[in-house]
Design a protein around this ligand. Structure first.
Ligand code: HEC
Ligand code: HEC
Length: 279
């Protein structure tokens, strides 16, 4: 056999082998968890002293933007909604100890974990939906997934505190750390800069507007669980989540912001998983 022919045969064998491996790998793929389709969230309004009443998202965003200077992101998001209800109804809203929410700055006391604007939004959900954990969790999931995947900030204040329009970026994460550092990377400004603070101030306006829309929709019973599905998370959780054989992790946040799939995982996890015992 001449050398050329041998090469052709070898290449063919490798290609066929490769195709074989791919077919084999596909054969081992598990049936992934089903897609989470948008659905209408039904709930009964409870009798409570802490009743929400519809607000204007644009007004709320502007208030949050302004409150940011006196207590940072979590405080500003929460107060932008509750202060308006205090103006409308007085108590119990008027006596809310807003100062306690200042701890949420910088991802909780500067620790860089959960974004404070999100923490403030989640606190509002906690206040108005205390009676129903399922609704609470679903609304928080919706808020957090929106934040992970939205180009922010987009809010434009009527009167800017700093005359600077921040570029926007996608965080792929609900962490203050990742959200800010992604923005720093996209914009070139320092984390300590006034420009970065203006970015967070406007982002706080965006989150306040978004949560107001969510609360309004819930009030009118028109909330749809849009954007709750994340295909990658669903795939990972098929094996690693509570229904999977591995059952070694919980959560719904985007996995890729921290884990990149190793080659070993890419090649062998399906087969390895198939061979594992059912739990
Ligand atoms: C087909 C099932 C399956 C899917 C889907 C899957 N994994 Fe795994 N994963 C495994 C198995 C099996 C192991 C090895 C577990 C062991 O040895 O204890 C593993 C191990 C891991 C590990 C440990 C370190 C390593 O890389 O080996 C991490 C982290 C991990 N998976 C993350 C993920 C993420 C993130 C996703 C989604 C992108 C994902 N997995 C999707 C089955 C799966
Ligand atoms: C904010 C970062 C972050 C995110 C997001 C994240 N993880 Fe992790 N994960 C970690 C860290 C840190 C560990 C601890 C082990 C380590 O240091 O590698 C870990 C551990 C794990 C392990 C165990 C690894 C082992 O060696 O056995 C699995 C499995 C895993 N994560 C899956 C997931 C899945 C699935 C998601 C998405 C739902 C996810 N992770 C999202 C940071 C993260």
């Amino acid at each position: 056999m001449n050398r050329r022919k041998a090469m052709t045969i070898a290449a063919g064998a490798i290609a066929a082998g490769g195709a074989g491996i791919i077919t084999l790998m596909n054969a081992f793929k598990p049936k992934y968890l089903p897609e989470e389709k948008p659905e209408k969230l039904e709930y009964e309004k409870p009798e409570s002293d802490w009743m929400y009443d519809p607000l204007d998202p644009a007004v709320t965003a502007q208030l949050a933007y302004n409150y940011y200077s006196s207590g940072s992101c979590m405080y500003a998001t929460f107060k932008s909604v509750v202060s308006q209800l205090a103006d409308k109804f007085g108590e119990p809203f008027a006596s809310f100890p807003f100062h306690m929410l200042k701890y949420g700055h910088g991802g909780i006391g500067g620790f860089g974990t959960t974004c404070g604007a999100l923490n403030g939004g989640a606190a509002l959900i906690g206040l108005f939906f205390a009676h129903n954990k399922k609704i609470q969790d679903s609304l928080i999931t919706g808020l957090f997934k929106w934040y992970e995947n939205t180009q922010l900030p987009e809010f434009r204040p009527q009167k800017s505190i700093l005359d600077f329009t921040p570029p926007s970026s996608i965080s792929y994460s609900t962490l203050c750390h990742a959200s800010n550092s992604n923005w720093v990377k996209a914009s070139g400004f320092k984390i300590t800069s006034d420009e970065r603070k203006e970015r967070c101030r406007r982002l706080t306006g965006d989150v306040a507007a978004h949560i107001t829309t969510v609360l309004n929709d819930c009030y009118h019973n028109t909330y749809i669980t849009n954007g709750h599905d994340n295909e990658t998370v669903r795939k990972c959780m098929t094996c690693h989540g509570n229904q999977g054989k591995l059952s070694n992790t919980g959560g719904m946040m985007s996995c890729n912001s921290c884990h990149t799939e190793s080659l070993g995982h890419k090649l062998f996890s399906d087969a390895h998983y198939r061979l594992m015992k059912d739990n």
